[in-house]
Design a protein around this ligand. Structure first.
Ligand SMILES: [Zn+2]
Length: 207
């Protein structure tokens, strides 16, 4: 597995392209903005993209969706509780976050807690982690978790937006992330990579 990280858009969202080096197939996680740049990166590596995974429905994680979807023809996955965000500018907060209205076609597949999605010859386990949004998920592939806006290096996602809950996000992290091994890598939706062990010891919200 080879991971490309692209920081996209005004808010600096991490879009991840995950490549199966054996097959040159891959997936895109959170095409947050600058769709053309994401598509260029895919083409440069010569990848066939089999799936687009959305960790949650906020606009800063989906603004590049149309370009990536059109260029790859890949299926789009989102959780049921955040699915309406794609079609509703109000729900994806695009006016508030991007200063413009953005609405998208519905997802192709609804995924949920415990699902294991096979894409590009890799297995991604869906961990429901509500708290930042109602339908926020993390995606685990081997020893890597793509954690959206649930947990950041020494911080957590904000819980003051619609559907957010401080108690819920703490519970999500404690029940879904902290039980994982110390050396599991965490790749958040914003900011630097971290690990389960580091956050267990250093994250001030989890002490
Ligand atoms: Zn968010």
């Amino acid at each position: 597995m080879k991971i490309f990280q692209l920081e996209v858009g005004m808010i600096g969202t991490n879009c991840y392209i995950v490549e199966n080096e054996q097959t040159k197939h891959g997936v895109v996680i959170d095409p947050g903005d600058e769709g053309e740049r994401i598509v260029s990166a895919i083409k440069k590596e010569g990848l066939t993209i089999d799936a687009i995974f959305i960790t949650h429905g906020h606009s800063d994680h989906i603004m590049g969706l149309n370009e990536v979807r059109a260029a790859t023809g890949a299926k789009v996955y989102i959780s049921s509780a955040d699915a309406d965000c794609l079609g509703q500018a109000k729900a994806n907060l695009s006016i508030y976050m991007m200063g413009k209205t953005a609405e998208f076609a519905p997802a192709d597949v609804i995924y949920g807690d415990g699902d294991v999605v096979e894409a590009a010859g890799m297995k991604f386990k869906v961990l429901a982690t509500p708290g930042h949004t109602k339908g926020g998920v993390c995606l685990q592939c081997d020893k890597v978790v793509f954690c959206g806006d649930t947990v950041f290096a020494e911080s957590i996602g904000r819980t003051d937006l619609p559907g957010g809950s401080y108690d819920e996000i703490i519970q999500s992290i404690k029940s879904k992330i902290l039980p994982l091994a110390d050396d599991v890598q965490l790749l958040p939706g914003h900011g630097p990579a971290t690990s389960v062990g580091w956050e267990r010891r250093r994250n001030p919200f989890l002490q």
